[in-house]
Design a binder for this molecule. Structure first.
Ligand code: SAM
Length: 295
């Protein structure tokens, strides 16, 4: 499958300097051995020194007031400086958000800028609806703006914490859930922060329960440890899921079992940044069995 750059299909890559991320505070005790530093999507290499606040996105995003700590539904991340949603979101009126709410649904968890999903919504040959879940409100507002400008009626972005809202959203959707993607999720390197990783057992349970037969799960990360963590959670469910290369010979894996190619035909923003830095992307794609294996 031919990979196309977002610019070739009319999606403009946002210069890193326009991303709303705030650089993390410097480590007062830097490790002796230089180690690759995982930067958040769109974050620039540090050139201007620590603590330089990046310009906020202009034009596309209406500036919002800072998150109110009195509102239990949201909180502002002290490290990252953005509004996060903590409480379950209200299920939308699916008939109102999609032109045809009975179509198969793809959900992208942690969709970031949304460009990957918008490209699919514009270019996918099969009739399908696309739902992007993102915990950063400003990114959702900007994605909404693009969807509105493009006049797309098969895609919807929600300011939602997938860990708390995925189940109620997908279980209420009238059509079949055919594809779930979790692409380059935040790594949360420290062991005590692993519980913050988006893919936890309840989410895997919910994906497993709601995915239609032969529905697929696409996982990828540029961080081996994170990719392995996600992979292990599906590999142990051999009775429910099988890896795509065992079903379709067009999907090739390396000797470690990672997919050789991106099966979607479009790369995500994080993926592009990582590959530009020469990093490998670790990918797995699972398909739900049409029957549980016994024994
Ligand atoms: C590293 S970025 C990757 C974005 C995109 N998938 C890509 O590959 O370019 C991870 C994204 O997941 C979002 N995220 C983290 N936890 C989330 C959660 N519980 N629910 C929804 N989004 C989440 C973050 O805000 C961030 O935008």
């Amino acid at each position: 499958m031919v990979l196309r750059r977002p610019s070739q299909v009319g999606l403009r890559l946002l210069p890193p300097s326009q991303h709303p991320d705030v650089p993390p505070m410097p480590n007062p005790n830097p490790p002796q051995k230089p180690r690759r530093r995982w930067r958040r999507c769109g974050e620039e290499p540090r050139r201007g020194g620590f603590g330089v606040r990046r310009p906020q996105p202009q034009g596309l995003v209406r500036r919002q007031s800072s998150g109110s700590r009195a509102d239990p539904a949201t909180c502002e991340s002290p490290q990252l400086g953005f509004l996060r949603v903590q409480a379950p979101v209200q299920v939308p009126e699916w008939k109102a958000v999609f032109q045809d709410s009975t179509l198969p649904l793809m959900v992208d968890i942690g969709c970031g800028s949304g460009r990957f999903l918008i490209w699919l919504a514009k270019n996918s040959p099969e009739p399908r609806n696309y739902l992007g879940l993102e915990i950063r409100q400003k990114l959702v507002q900007r994605s909404d703006f693009w969807v509105y400008e493009l006049g797309l009626r098969n895609i919807y972005f929600m300011f939602a914490n997938a860990s708390v809202s995925f189940e109620q959203l997908v279980s209420s959707y009238p059509g079949p859930l055919t594809l779930v993607s979790i692409l380059c999720p935040d790594p949360h390197f420290k062991k005590r922060h692993h519980k913050r990783r988006v893919l936890q057992k309840p989410l895997v349970d919910s994906i497993s329960k709601n995915l239609c037969t032969e529905g697929q799960v696409f996982l990828q990360s540029d961080v081996l440890e994170v990719a392995l963590d996600m992979r292990n959670q599906f590999d142990v469910r051999l009775d429910e899921f099988e890896h795509i290369d065992t079903i379709d010979p067009n999907f090739l894996c390396d000797t470690q079992g990672w997919l050789l190619h991106n099966p979607m035909g479009i790369r995500t923003e994080r993926e592009i940044h990582a590959e530009l830095e020469g990093e490998k992307i670790f990918r797995r794609m699972y398909q739900k069995r049409n029957h549980h294996l016994s024994g």
